[in-house]
Unconditional design. Sequence first.
Length: 234
Amino acid sequence: MKIKLSSKCSSLGAMPGLSLSINGTALSQTAKVLGVIMDDHTKFHSFINKKVQICNYHLRNLRNIKKSLDFSTRVLLVTNLILSTVDYCNIVLLPATSVDLRPLRLVINKAVRFIYDLKLRTHVTPFYKKLHFLPILFRIKFKACLLAYKFFYKLSPKYLNEEFDAFIVRERMKSREGIGRYDCMFSETKEDMNKKHLIPLIKREWNLLPLNIRKSVSIELFKSKLKSLLFTKY
């Protein structure tokens, strides 16, 4: 039996892809870990496609009984079947581009149209706000900031906090305009600022939040303020 490990780089700045073959037969280029499907280039296309497939399956079934469902029941079913699928482990999609996230955006649009029985050409943004639904990009940002809150205030397991150090304010910074703007922030290195990896991006999302949100005294208050802020951005 011959085992061969080879690597290739798919694009500039991407991680080199790894392929494993046994006796000339290539093994699967994806792996599932706790429901998250990862490919050999960590692009998560398979993970996104699987989410979309599950959501479309549920939506097809829901359309068959749509006339028997009132408004509140439709919202409840969409929240439990569609949004829960979209939100599961979506934090790993933080480095994804808007192009990568487009299938998830479209499937949430379908769910909103199902709830209100809208036509295909109807603009859905006003109905997002009526339902208090966040678009996919802001759902991911919400999850990132919520995790960052837990990391900063030590509400998560200790081993998860190791990469997240609080920023220490130096004396010369205290005299600058805008006192307090450096409070409740994570420290970032110059290398972190140029990276599109998960941990630096979580730090960045947290540090960009207004100070009054970062200083929220409870996690419920933080979620309320954060969601209100994200609603103003679309």
